[in-house]
Design a protein around this ligand. Structure first.
Ligand SMILES: [Zn+2]
Ligand SMILES: [Zn+2]
Length: 313
């Protein structure tokens, strides 16, 4: 297992795959073995914007950007399912053909792979595959039987099936899960990436896992590369103990949602005022929830933090 420092080995303009990763993919192809590229993001691009006026396509009822699904020709909200056709002109300024896709999803990585390796057999695995579970099972079988050279997949590929010829696993964006501010982010990223990179080398063939990252010194990256799960958990446990986070403390989130922002905030404030005072409990907030609008409902969040023995209910 190795990290690829994306600051030192950046992708070509408009691309997302480092020349280091592409080089290893080429060698793997030459050996007639399989590569897996992992990116936990469905669709083509997580954001679409107008190059002329800067308009960004957001969901009308959520505080989230619409994800482009190019194959279906749609912009889709991954939180509420809202979808619309991707227009040719900007709805804001009316300019034609100046919408740009920002950032990668698995469909876009597939496009880049095909441009580099036009003769390789490439498969994209993601939960919005047409044909559902049955189709997915067929695709997994095809991969296990060696009918694909390069597999590009979301979380779905982390579990299950054994792929005996898969000797290269590339994580396109190892930093993706670390950015969300959840106290469990480090642990989850560690588990997911360990699982994904563990896909390589189950049959004794020489294999390699590569993590594309902008933070190769991050404790999560170091722990994965060193394979030292124990050291990672020790560090994580010490940090949680210091911050009185679970399992050393208790943490509860209460979401208040309402049709208007003012109502949601008002109720959340009222709830805070009504909270019984206890020496071993703190109430934090209310603040806008990480996703402050879902399906037209405005959301505020209170966090209640206490010691392990505190009676929260
Ligand atoms: Zn525009
Ligand atoms: Zn939505």
């Amino acid at each position: 297992l190795k990290t690829i420092d994306m600051r030192r080995a950046p992708p070509a303009r408009g691309g997302f795959l480092s020349p280091v990763l592409l080089g290893h993919m080429r060698q793997t192809l030459e050996k007639k073995e399989q590569s897996l590229l992992f990116l936990n993001r469905r669709g083509y691009a997580p954001l679409t914007l107008c190059r002329v006026c800067g308009h960004r396509f957001g969901c009308p009822v959520c505080s989230a950007w619409l994800v482009e699904h190019r194959f279906r020709g749609q912009l889709v909200c991954h939180h509420c399912g809202h979808n619309e056709r991707r227009p040719e002109a900007c709805p804001e300024c009316g300019t034609l053909d100046h919408l740009v896709a920002c950032g990668p999803g698995v469909e876009r990585i597939a496009e880049e792979v095909v441009a580099h390796f036009p003769d390789a057999r490439t498969i994209v695995l993601s939960s919005d595959l047409m044909g559902g579970v049955r189709r997915l099972r067929l695709e997994l079988e095809a991969i296990a039987n060696g009918e694909a050279d390069i597999v590009i997949g979301t979380q779905l590929v982390a579990k299950g099936h054994n792929f005996p010829d898969m000797t290269l696993v590339g994580v396109v964006d190892a930093d993706l899960g670390l950015a969300n501010g959840d106290p469990r982010a480090a642990e989850r990223t560690f588990q997911l990436l360990s699982q994904v990179t563990g896909r390589a080398g189950r049959t004794g063939k020489k294999s390699l896992g590569l993590l594309q990252t902008f933070q190769p010194d991050h404790p999560v990256m170091r722990a994965i590369v060193s394979g030292d799960a124990e050291a990672f958990y020790e560090r994580e446990i010490a940090e949680r103990e210091r911050a009185v986070l679970p399992p050393f403390g208790r943490l509860a989130g209460v979401i208040v949602s309402a049709a208007t922002r003012a109502e949601a905030e008002g109720h959340a404030r009222g709830l805070r005022r009504a909270a019984p005072h206890a020496a071993d409990l703190f109430v934090l907030g209310p603040a806008e929830a990480p996703l402050s609008l879902i399906g037209g409902r405005h959301r505020f969040r209170l966090l209640i933090q206490g010691e392990r023995r505190a009676d929260m209910q």
